[in-house]
Design a binder for this molecule. Structure first.
Ligand SMILES: Cc1ncc(COP(=O)(O)O)c(C=O)c1O
Length: 404
């Protein structure tokens, strides 16, 4: 099976394997990296063939084809998500975060606020504050073992006159929620009533697991809002050769974003990103379906392992994305001691503290990794957790002795 293949990680500069970053997070670089939302898999053959064609061509005169990309994305969304996107409503940017950073600057002024739902993808606060805007947090609630939006809280916070924009993350990183039609309808209604523009980050829209369906904000008649749609980055494991695509049916936002990206010369990719993106959306579907099956196998394996071996570790339902959100609080570990367990186990998941929620001893694991790496890492995690809880038990006994 192609996703199981072992890679030689010594010849690359991938962030996931970066020695100093791993050491600064885990105190060691001897960890299996589950902390970056990218893939340990080889890209689809048609994308590889297209990149090879360009290399073999050996000629790189100025060459743009944004329209070809918009057409490929539109066809993909029609086929895959039953959604009609007008090719004329796209704006190309260099990445999804660049798109959000530019939109925030266009749609708000310094001192305005941008709402995010916590726990949240950790770059969102940074992209907001680095533009001189304030972050407003609306915490998600956990009901019946899964995350839901707190609409009362949203109502209050979106009604603040300084809150001009809300970043919606759908599917949601890190919780893995794929928002339902009714939930999106409700958010849209509240935002419209308070004149708040929603930026819907839909970068994970193609990673939807069995039993769930992705609903784009753009399918709800969200005429005054914006989506970051159709980035091939997460879908096809093209994180370092991807662009971002803004989509809106609001002609004022479309015009101003076009003007801004053109004025900054940010509105086109290079030949590699351009033709790799077109190949991905035109010829990558079979590979994506196989990937989704493999990812489902990873989810099922992890779920069964936890039930059989680590019942105190809670795993939230993984509706979409290749991130799993775990709650370790029932083990009695603190944020610090959980990180020590990860370090001892060489289990390179991201500490939950990165995502700005209220929860303690949570963690996010990227699971777009070979199954063998995952199974070995969980066996080590089990041992480290057992060792750690034995320490916790003996510490409690010692404390009891000294206190009585
Ligand atoms: C929700 C979300 N948005 C944006 C990004 C980054 O996108 P880009 O690399 O295109 O800037 C990520 C990457 O993890 C993400 O999870």
């Amino acid at each position: 099976m192609k996703f199981n293949q072992k890679k030689d990680d010594t010849t690359n500069s991938f962030i996931r394997n970066n020695h100093s970053m791993l050491t600064s997070i885990f105190g060691t670089d001897d960890v299996t990296p589950f902390w970056v939302a990218d893939m340990d898999f080889t890209i689809a053959n048609p994308i590889k063939a297209e990149l090879q064609r360009l290399v073999d061509r050996g000629q790189f005169a100025y060459e743009f084809n944004s329209q070809g990309i918009f057409q490929a994305i539109s066809r993909w969304y029609q086929r895959r998500h039953d959604l009609n996107l007008d090719e004329e409503n796209f704006v190309q940017v260099t990445g999804v975060l660049t798109g959000i950073a530019l939109l925030i600057r266009e749609l708000t002024e310094e001192g305005d606020s941008v709402l995010i739902q916590t726990p949240s993808y950790h770059q969102f606060p940074k992209v907001i504050t680095s533009a001189g805007r304030d972050v407003v947090k609306s915490p998600l609630s956990i009901i019946d073992g899964n995350y839901v939006m707190d609409f009362d809280d949203l109502e209050v916070k979106l009604s603040e006159p300084t809150t001009k924009v809300m970043i919606l993350c759908n599917p949601h990183n890190p919780t893995g929620r794929v928002w339902r039609h009714e939930e999106l309808d409700k958010v849209l209604e509240i935002a419209d009533r308070h004149n708040v523009t929603i930026i819907s980050d839909e970068i994970h829209s193609d990673i939807i697991h069995s039993g769930y369906k992705f609903v784009s904000l753009m399918s709800l008649g969200a005429k005054n809002h914006v989506a970051l749609i159709g980035s091939p980055s997460k879908t096809f494991g093209m994180q370092s050769i991807s662009n971002g695509y803004i989509y809106t049916e609001n002609s004022r936002i479309l015009k101003s974003m076009r003007k801004l990206t053109e004025s900054l010369y940010l509105d086109h990719g290079n030949a590699f990103t351009t033709f790799a993106t077109i190949a991905a959306f035109e010829k990558g579907e079979e590979w994506l379906d196989e990937l989704l099956q493999y990812l489902q196998g990873n989810i099922d394996w992890i779920k069964q392992f936890l039930v059989a071996n680590l019942p105190l570790v809670k795993m939230f339902p993984v509706e979409g994305t290749y991130q799993i959100w775990f709650d370790f609080s029932a083990t009695g570990l603190t944020d610090d001691s959980l990180l020590k367990v990860f370090s001892d186990a060489g289990f390179g998941a991201s500490p939950g503290t990165w995502f700005g929620g209220e929860s303690k001893a949570f963690a996010r694991m990227n699971f777009a990794n070979a199954r063998q790496d995952i199974t070995e890492a969980f066996e080590r995690l089990k041992i480290a957790l057992e060792t750690n809880s034995q320490t916790a038990v003996s510490t409690t006994r010692a404390t009891n002795k000294s206190c009585c």
